[in-house]
Design a binder for this molecule. Structure first.
Ligand code: NAI
Length: 679
């Protein structure tokens, strides 16, 4: 056995065994994960060129990183691309490598264990065989669509060739990551084996080159030129129900590429590079890449210290507490959930069953394990052993304080007390504690399982270590934690509320809810503000609005002032809309003479509040405002966040709109001083 190409700086080294197999190890120096950077592409290209001259018996590509194969291309390199020409040259280098690898006349095998995404999957697709470990950590996918592009190193044509168009387009259009089992099922990989047998299996494929079965006729039929337009139009419809072409062009570009060129692999590969070069330089792609890094920034907030949590105790098994408890159990923690009302607790446990099934589908063992981890605890025995206690009882400061007084003497030394309050100042709650420094806010969003953000509220008295522990806990339960100053509405509700209140004010003025929601969707919001208010519940909206309206001088619209118990939104079957089977009944004929003004009124209230939060230093860095608003409200990710939107549209242009809105609608459109702080 011999090793060449190995030096400390190179990404790859080649090891030749006695069977003549060249094992090509990927090990990016000084990094925990491998990225298919331009440097890594160039080096591998040189290695393959050497193989062309002295052909090994077979080539196996593998990673030396623990639990990760190749994480994808180096996204930072994308952000440096200024124009289409540069982007195309960039894509061509990747294409040249993949083509060369595919054309090698000896067998080639990709041996995958751990995360294999984007460029890593494309590299694997250029090999004759893909063998993966059946380990839980193995995940394979083509997630480029989430960054505003689609596979650009040959992954479009090659995944379709391997799996057929329906399965391949599905994974590319959704960007979802597949387990080895799921990847085998759609024929994306050839074999999955236990990790300990992975090397032997790769060797077996390299030496025996088993023939791959042709795809079934029906699968091949779906790639025929006569059939493609029909299927493509179905795909477009499905995509359109989730994303508009003007906001997210990549899925549409991918469907066009397939429809037009799938008949000729060579042409499809050429056109793929051109399409991705165009997409990579759009604002959408730039902003989605920004969102990716914002997400990483939030995750890194939770990495500053280790916080070992063995047991979580949740008090209050209502809408929030129940879901927080089951989420923590799903994430592997031992959890007790306490409620004063035994009936409520029984419902909580029943709902947890549903959450476990939803999460783990048919994996009965995972469901059973999650069940074992979650215990109903009417008497609150879990308080004694919990490392973190999460309080999610009624939104009433007096009730919360009396609970804290009763539990503080029972808490373990060093355990932290976290409140899910959405509006009460932490200082008003911590005053009753002997050790007020252990109280921190852990503000989850509803529905807990779907909303990625959790605000970590730093009260004036909260110990900094406790804040860091709460951030670490947030990250460990797979949420994106954001440290926020204790002030009315924190960050997310504060920025969202003026936008919702403006929408409700417009309903007061006689503008149809349908028109208002449509204007927001057109801007790129995932749901209109009126439907959102109905979904959250008008009583809850009113209570948050009440708190903010006093603190921030935001008058409550008449429509919210007096609520009927029968019209609290979706939960009672009627709010601003009437609901049928959980869906709002809309008046399709509703219209308004100036829909742009409706959009401006909504968006500028939101932007103005975002700049106020910037001025007040509600979060530690400017970018974190964008991160919080995107992950806490779903704010149009392709716009990069409210502050980024202001920067890209231009402060002057938006200021003019704000001025004219102020002239027409009053002082709530007064420009905040925070606009001048934008950098
Ligand atoms: P909920 O009314 O659904 O549940 C509260 C639960 O706490 C009830 O089951 C009640 O029996 C229990 N409880 C009350 N006092 C108790 C005590 N002393 N000991 C044990 N159990 C007690 O309320 P929800 O909506 O779950 O809200 C809980 C907290 O979460 C509130 O502070 C709220 O502001 C906050 N929050 C609510 C959100 C929402 O969308 N509902 C979103 C984010 C935060």
């Amino acid at each position: 056995m011999s090793v060449d190409n190995a030096n400390n700086e190179s990404n790859w080294n080649v090891e030749r065994d006695d069977n003549g197999i060249a094992w090509v190890h990927f090990d990016k120096p000084g990094a925990s994960a491998n990225l298919l950077s331009q440097a890594a592409i160039k080096e591998l290209d040189d290695i393959i060129k050497d193989f062309e001259k002295a052909l090994p018996r077979a080539v196996v590509i593998l990673s030396d990183k623990k639990d990760s194969f190749i994480f994808g291309a180096d996204i930072k390199e994308f952000t440096a691309l200024d124009n289409k020409e540069q982007a195309l040259a960039f894509m061509h280098k990747g294409h040249a490598l993949m083509d060369r690898l595919e054309a090698l006349t000896c067998p080639t095998v990709s041996m995958v264990h751990g995360l294999c995404f984007g460029g890593g999957t494309e590299l694997s697709l250029a090999c004759d065989y893909i063998i993966a470990s059946d380990d839980k950590k193995t995940k394979i996918g083509l997630p480029e669509i989430k960054l505003g592009i689609h596979p650009g190193y040959g992954g479009t044509a090659r995944s379709i060739e391997r799996c057929g168009p329906l399965a391949a387009m599905n994974i590319m259009l959704t960007g979802r990551a597949l387990s080895a089992r799921a990847a085998k099922k759609i024929k994306l990989i050839d074999e999955m084996v236990p990790l300990r047998q992975l090397k032997t299996a790769a060797e077996h494929y390299a030496l025996t080159t088993p023939e791959r079965k042709a795809l079934p006729f029906l699968t091949r039929l779906s790639n025929f030129s006569l059939v493609r337009p029909l299927i493509a139009s179905q795909m477009r419809k499905q995509v359109a129900s989730k994303a508009r072409e003007e906001h997210y062009p990549a899925p549409y570009s991918l469907i066009n590429l397939w429809q037009k060129y799938a008949g000729d692999k060579k042409v499809m590969l050429e056109k793929e590079a051109i399409a991705v070069a165009e997409l990579a330089t759009t604002d959408t792609a730039r902003n989605l890449v920004r969102v990716f890094f914002l997400q990483e920034q939030l995750k890194s907030q939770g990495k500053k210290i280790d916080f070992e949590v063995e047991h979580v105790h949740v008090i209050g098994g209502g809408i929030m507490g129940g879901d927080i408890a089951s989420w923590c159990a799903i994430q592997g923690h031992s959890v007790t959930v306490q409620d004063q009302d035994p009936e409520r607790l029984a419902q909580t446990m029943k709902r947890a069953q549903y959450s476990f099934k939803k999460k783990f589908k048919r994996d009965r063992r995972a469901i059973r394990d999650a069940n074992d981890r979650l215990m109903a605890d009417h008497r609150g025995a879990g308080v004694y052993r919990a490392d973190i206690i999460i309080e999610a009882i009624f939104e009433d400061a007096e009730v919360k304080r009396s609970l804290y007084e009763s539990i503080e003497p029972k808490m373990k030394p060093g355990a932290i007390l976290a409140t899910n309050t959405s509006s009460i100042k932490l200082e008003d709650l911590s005053s009753c504690l002997k050790n007020p420094g252990r109280l921190v806010g852990l503000h989850f969003f509803n529905p807990v399982a779907l909303m990625p953000l959790v605000e970590i509220i730093r009260g004036n008295e909260t110990d900094e270590k406790v804040v860091q522990q709460a951030l670490a806990f947030g990250k460990n339960i797979s949420k994106l934690p954001l440290a926020v100053k204790s002030s009315p509405g924190f960050l997310v509700n504060r920025i969202l509320m003026p936008y919702i209140l403006e929408a409700v004010t417009m309903v007061d003025e006689g503008i149809a809810p349908e028109v208002i929601d449509k204007a927001a969707l057109k801007y790129g919001m995932p749901m209109g503000p009126i439907e959102l208010a109905d979904t959250v519940g008008l009583d809850i909206c009113k209570s948050v609005a009440n708190i903010l309206s006093t603190a921030l001088d935001m008058p409550l619209p008449d429509n919210l002032k007096e609520l009927s118990d029968k019209k609290l939104g979706k939960k009672t079957g009627e709010g601003f809309y009437k609901y049928k089977e959980g869906k709002p009944i809309r008046d399709k004929s509703a219209s308004y003479s100036n829909p742009q003004e409706v959009q401006d009124r909504l968006v500028l209230r939101l932007l103005n509040e975002a700049t106020a939060c910037l001025r007040e230093g509600i979060v530690d860095e400017q970018d974190l405002i964008d991160a919080g608003v995107i992950f806490g409200t779903g704010f149009a990710p392709f716009r990069g966040g409210p502050l980024e939107y202001i920067r890209s549209t231009g402060v002057d242009e938006l200021s003019q709109t704000l001025d004219s809105l102020k002239a027409k609608f009053g002082d709530r459109f007064e420009k905040d001083e925070g606009w001048s702080k934008l950098s």
